[in-house]
Design a protein around this ligand. Sequence first.
Ligand SMILES: *[C@@H]1O[C@H](CO)[C@@H](O)[C@H](O)[C@H]1NC(C)=O
Length: 283
Amino acid sequence: MKAVKSCLVCLISYCENHLKPHYQLTAFKKHKLVNPSKNLQENICSCHDEVMKIFCRTDQQCICYLCTMDEHKGHETVPAATERAEKQKKLQESRQQIHQRIQDQEKDVKLLQQEVEAINVSADKAVEDSEKIFTDLICLLQKRSSDVKQQIRSQQETEVSRVKDVQEKLEQEITELKRKDAELEQLSHTEDHNQFLLNYPSLPALSESTHSSSINIRPLRHFEDVTAAVSELRDKLQVILRDSWTNIELKLTEVDVQPSEPEPKTRDGFLKLLKLSLWIQTP
Ligand SMILES: *[C@@H]1O[C@H](CO)[C@@H](O)[C@H](O)[C@H]1NC(C)=O
């Protein structure tokens, strides 16, 4: 039969049937029953075969009443139950301390969690804001680029039409000159002297040519200067970007602790180390 209880006085484990007298008879009333135990023999003194109910503080072990008169004579002894009660009290104190420490550390974990959230919120906002700022910058450059392009085209049109005007005028003059040359040629072939002399003075004088006055050949650079000015803008922007980038990187490293922290001893130190490792993991 399976044992249901062990008696610390009888030092025997009982099945349900044989346990009954312990509940029914007053003679057993003071017997201490515990859950079935295999180690009942450890409660018996190996020297005197008596139940060990006494604790020897001098030797820190359980003994029987005969031991107190024998090898533990003169030692400081107390009932095992008393020792148990005292140790139980100390054990409770230890547990109290452990619970306190658990609470403290759980509080720290929560603080760290809040820290993580704050880091996340701040980083997310910075990413979003800087993305917007860069988009603005790109838009600004695109606007300028299209302005430059438009103005070059408009200027190109003006210049081309001015040149074409002159070209047209010159072509008209060439036509006129050819016509005159033809007249003169015709006159040069006139055989009749009188006729020749009669017609000669009626030839109109050559009008002033537009050539020398209207065309001033300018250096053939046209829009190269615009390109130069735009690339100067690019170079300046690159310098600004480089300088500002150094500043941005500096601000990024200032977000948190210096990387040369020693082992954290305090909670602050630990928080800093955590921040640091979060920072390092950020690509
Ligand atoms: C913080 O950000 C990291 C990386 O994006 C993410 O894995 C983590 O879940 C976030 N934590 C909180 C509390 O928002």
